[in-house]
Design a protein around this ligand. Structure first.
Ligand SMILES: *Cc1c(COP(=O)(O)O)cnc(C)c1O
Length: 361
């Protein structure tokens, strides 16, 4: 078995144990004689899969009883529309624009109501998180929106914005389950699972119950109305059965890692190895403000485009995959999600040191 170290931003690396379990169950899931891909979502087998997945997620995140968990489709992107459609009672959303994903969410919301950009870090290519302690929150805002971890730029909110009592909505696609979280501070938490949880095709929405209602914007498609999905327990139509099954396995794997406290310690240790090296290296450097550094996505550059390209080429040949930075930023980006072993980061840093010794003038 030739597994590489996969630093892809998403779809991304998954725990080997989970893949092996899924492989072992591929032809015959727990004696039913079928693969999970082949069973109806309206069977006791699947009821158990989705029920356990939800309960394990609730345990991991300590989700209060007055929040619903929805397993949906359409990716994070679809939520850019679903959020304003469902939540814009006054027709107003305040957006903190800290990267391309937040910007796209803001632009999408503007189709459905008044979407205000109340803070932005675009002036410095999204390399920092703006001060959000005293923002001009609109008095009639239905919610304040953030992208908590900026996948492309490698920044993360270390403290949540002061929303002045307004509901907080967060896209956590690339930091989902990477550290403990106080769900009660949010109105809605959502994320595509393909970054840190499972295969592409599932988006998880955690939403406070009082926000699930009938008086959504009239244009809201049935499928995008949270109430439709909540009333049907995420089984309004055929859900992404196999994806939910893998997510469930990852939740169990996370419990074995010591839950979110355990995985946080693992993630901090991994990130430290890479950031410490970037801080001491004469060739490589990180691209974002230190206080705002993400534990999950680590962009870096050599300062020389040709050297960056050479690095990516040699790294790929050595089995360090998908290190090329996002097309809008250039350079490199190592995504070191939950499932990336510490050994993978150590090996990458050793490789970077060799590269630096070989090519520094
Ligand atoms: C990847 C990503 C998205 C887009 O996810 P899709 O599932 O492809 O729609 C949105 N937000 C963040 C923070 C992401 O990392």
């Amino acid at each position: 078995m030739a597994r590489v170290y996969n630093f892809s931003a998403g779809p991304a690396t998954l725990p080997e144990e989970v893949l092996q379990e899924a492989a072992a169950e591929m032809m015959d899931y727990q004696g039913c004689g079928m693969s999970v891909m082949e069973i109806s979502h309206r069977t006791p087998i699947f009821d158990k899969i989705i029920g356990e997945a939800e309960q394990d997620l609730r345990d991991l995140m300590n989700i209060p009883d007055n929040y619903k968990v929805l397993f949906l489709q359409g990716g994070a992107y679809q939520q850019f529309a679903a959020v304003p459609m469902n939540l814009m009672k006054n027709g107003v959303g305040d957006y903190i624009v800290t990267g391309q994903w937040a910007k796209k969410a803001w632009k999408e919301a503007a189709k459905y109501g008044k979407a205000n950009c109340i803070a932005s870090s675009e002036d410095e290519t999204f390399s920092y998180i703006p001060d959000c302690s005293d923002l001009p929150i609109s008095p009639d805002a239905d919610y304040v929106y953030i992208c908590e971890n900026n996948t492309i730029y490698g920044t993360k909110f270390k403290t949540l914005p002061n929303t002045k009592g307004k509901d907080l909505v967060a896209d956590v696609s690339s930091c989902f389950l990477s550290e403990p979280v106080d769900v009660s501070k949010y109105a809605v938490i959502y994320g595509g699972v393909q970054k840190n949880i499972g295969p592409a095709g599932v988006v998880i929405v955690i939403i406070r119950e009082d926000l699930i209602r009938d008086d959504v914007l009239p244009c809201t498609p049935t499928m995008l109305k949270y109430k439709t999905q909540a009333d049907a327990g995420s089984l309004f139509n055929t859900p992404p059965v196999y994806g939910i099954y893998i997510c469930g396995k990852v939740f169990k794997w996370l419990k074995k890692q010591g839950g979110l406290e355990g995985i946080q310690a693992h993630n901090e240790a991994k990130a430290k190895i890479l950031y410490d090296f970037l801080d001491e290296s004469k060739m490589f450097s990180g691209t974002v403000r230190k206080e705002d550094r993400s534990l999950m996505n680590v962009p870096f550059v050599t300062g020389d485009k040709e050297l960056d390209a050479l690095f990516v080429k040699e790294a790929t040949a050595a089995g360090f995959m998908n290190l090329k930075g996002h097309r809008s930023v250039g350079g490199m980006r190592a995504s070191i999600y939950n499932a990336m072993p510490k050994a993978g980061v150590e090996a990458l840093v050793a490789f970077m040191k060799e590269f630096e010794a070989k090519y520094s003038k």
